[in-house]
Design a protein. Structure first.
Ligand code: NDP
Length: 627
């Protein structure tokens, strides 16, 4: 080791090579196509196990101002903001049995949210709700969804247990026909598509899945009838069962400790380890909550997302594992980087490359660019330090040396969703729990008795798929319905060669349709924050348009093209970072460049929110054709 390496305690070059080797062995040519669509023989994986009484009703045939598709946080926030804007003629259509979306489906044992609840729960100042802990669990979050629904009287406007099967634009009536699986035909002036970015469970295309004779389900449809217990654990139905979990992402990290505590034998099949930091949950101090001044909630979530986006803040209000990496970084580079460069962040490598091509090598190698590069190196060093600490934590907590080694993540912290848990790693010290590391290859064969790896059959009674959700596949496939716009063009046809929107929300030839989600919009760790901002934006546009008696709101073609160019330009800022990441849904399974515009706004959420706020301050609704 050099003197510098001795000082920092690791060799950056060796780590860089290790990260690259780990990434290279995981990148697959088939990318997203490695996963199997949950239809046909596999459709039972998405059956609703939570409905107690099936709804009986006849079809509805009527007209309404607004249909909101999806009763998760996005749909609820859209409805709440519409109510606040004085728009009440809306209907929310939800396939589940109640509000909740993600939190309706994901009730697996241990499910909880690792974004601080005081930031994650939207509308907190309106509902005056006090979460019990700094990090809430699934049961409380689902309950909070009901609190919002009751506060804003949303049940009266809801059609539950109803799945949209298609929406078709009718030019003559200037309305959408919304069709459902219950034979409803609802003619709506406006339709909000809020069907969730992680809504469609995905299965790896493992040969022989359907030949397995035991029990099987996906984590987002937890079968408590089989396992016993509830989201707090106590899975007594598993006490004589051999169980396999496939996947070690954020979901598995939370349910594995409960499975380990209850099952006779647990095998955890791992392709890539998650980074597991300290959880350190704390009860809420009600006095602290009561002492917060009006506007605190927005200030707090903006403070949190600002830190994550590299926007300087005076104080780290949330002060947890998410913000620590960024605090460390700013602390370490404050002396060396010019202050305004602190604002940049994820972007810097890409910016430098763009300058290189635009200005030529000579100008590129100015002192300023050298500082950029210095800053970027410091960022990488801070990340190495953080991940070294994460890996050291594995050694401290896991007794078996080989198991500990296999559980160490070798990639930059934000290449994958960071995880925080105080019992996951220790679960591997149990005699009844075994980590089956697949060396980055993943599980590829199942037979009647269990999982086959390297010629060995792991015989089990139950296989649980903790394999996540579709991202980056065709929009209609994920939504579960097709959208036909002007002239019958489908949204799949429109976006066949790349997503095109204005602000992520409006689409040319799809008038009066509003799209929620991170694509060509803001990507936040606090997903509810982005949804709330979209709801505020939606309510502003609808209120303004309705006040003008407008019947048609549509993205202007030139504005849409310009926005796509903006997304492509901004995507370059994060591209270099993503390219060196291990594959996952954050970087299109390692195929970063495939469709550069099918991504989020690369300038970061705070920049995006400010841009939208500025746009709203001009009453012209520039970029939209309104008639
Ligand atoms: P993920 O997509 O994050 O994880 C899927 C897991 O399945 C990965 O470990 C993946 O490995 C693995 N996998 C896929 N195919 C195979 C295979 N053939 N063999 C073995 N393993 C395989 O899904 P999750 O449900 O865990 O999480 C989804 C998202 O939901 C999170 O990123 C987060 O945004 C959110 N979430 C948040 C939580 C929180 O707040 N704590 C909790 C749970 C979810 P590989 O990494 O190699 O692809």
């Amino acid at each position: 080791m050099s003197a510098h390496e001795n000082e920092i305690g690791f060799d950056p070059d060796a780590l860089r090579q290790k990260y690259k080797a780990e990434r290279d062995k995981r990148v697959r040519a088939d990318g997203n196509d490695q996963y199997r669509e949950v239809v046909g023989d596999f459709a039972y994986f998405v059956d609703d196990p939570y409905i107690e009484t099936a709804l009986q009703r006849g079809p509805i045939d009527d007209a309404i101002d607004v249909v909101i598709i999806g009763g998760g946080f996005g749909g609820m926030l859209a409805a709440a903001r519409l109510r606040e804007a004085g728009i009440h003629d809306f209907r929310i259509i939800e396939k589940g049995g109640d509000f909740g979306g993600t939190w309706y489906w994901n009730r697996y044992p241990g499910a909880s949210c690792d974004i601080e609840s005081y930031v994650y729960f939207p509308l907190l100042e309106k509902t005056k709700f006090t979460p019990q802990h700094k990090y809430t669990n699934a049961a409380e979050t689902l309950n909070y969804c009901h609190v919002i629904a009751q506060n804003y009287e949303l049940y009266a406007n809801a059609l539950m247990q109803t799945e949209v099967v298609g929406t078709d634009w009718d030019e003559d009536s200037q309305r959408w026909l919304v069709r459902t699986d219950r034979g409803d035909a609802i003619r709506a002036r406006f339709v909000v598509h809020s069907n969730g970015p992680l809504n469609r469970p995905k299965l790896p295309a493992i040969s022989g899945i359907n030949s397995f004779k035991g029990h099987t389900f996906h984590t987002s449809r937890w079968d408590y009838g089989y396992t016993g217990g509830d989201s707090d654990g106590g899975l007594d139905g598993l006490k004589d069962k051999r169980v396999a979990v496939i996947g070690t992402g954020a979901t598995a990290v939370q349910c594995v400790p409960h499975l380990g505590a209850s099952a006779a034998q647990l095998y955890v099949f791992q392709r890539t380890p998650s980074s597991i930091d300290l959880r350190n949950n704390q009860p809420t101090d009600p006095d602290w909550m009561a002492a917060q001044k009006p506007g605190w909630h927005d200030t707090r979530r903006r403070n949190f997302e600002s830190l994550l986006a590299g926007v300087p803040v005076k104080k780290d209000l949330v002060n947890d594992g998410w913000t620590e990496a960024f605090r460390l970084l700013f602390g370490s580079v404050r002396e060396k980087a010019p202050s305004k460069l602190r604002i940049a962040f994820w972007a810097l490598q890409g910016l430098a490359r763009r300058d290189f091509y635009r200005k030529g090598a000579k100008k590129y190698l100015t002192e300023k660019a050298m500082r950029y590069m210095q800053f970027d190196k410091e960022m990488e060093l801070a990340d190495f330090r953080k991940m070294e600490a994460i890996r050291a934590r594995v050694d401290q907590l896991v007794e078996d040396g080989d198991t500990a080694e296999a559980l160490k993540p070798y990639y930059r912290q934000f290449c994958k969703r960071p995880c925080f848990h105080d019992e996951y790693l220790q679960t591997f010290n149990r005699d009844n729990v075994a980590l089956v590391d697949t060396g980055g290859r993943g599980v590829s064969e199942i037979n009647a008795k269990g999982i086959v790896l390297d010629g060995k059959v792991y015989e089990v009674d139950c296989i649980i798929f903790a394999t996540g959700f579709e991202v980056g596949t065709d929009y209609a496939r994920r939504a579960g319905y097709q959208i036909h716009g002007v002239g019958g063009q489908s949204i799949s046809q429109k976006w066949a060669d790349g997503v095109a929107t204005f602000h992520g929300m409006h689409v040319k030839n799809f008038p009066n349709a509003f799209f929620f989600g991170p694509t060509q919009s803001a990507f936040t760790a606090t997903y509810t924050y982005a949804l709330d901002e979209q709801s505020i934006h939606l309510a502003h546009i609808l209120k303004t348009a309705m006040a003008r008696d407008a019947t048609r709101i549509e993205a202007n073609e030139a504005a849409e093209q310009k926005w796509v160019q903006t997304i492509i330009e901004k995507a370059r800022q994060t591209e270099a970072f993503q390219e060196q990441c291990t594959p996952g849904y954050y970087n299109n399974e390692g195929h970063v460049n495939r469709l550069r515009q099918n991504t989020f706004y690369g300038g970061g959420p705070i920049e995006f929110f400010d841009l939208m706020k500025k746009w709203r301050s001009n009453t012209k609704l520039a970029g939209l054709d309104i008639s």
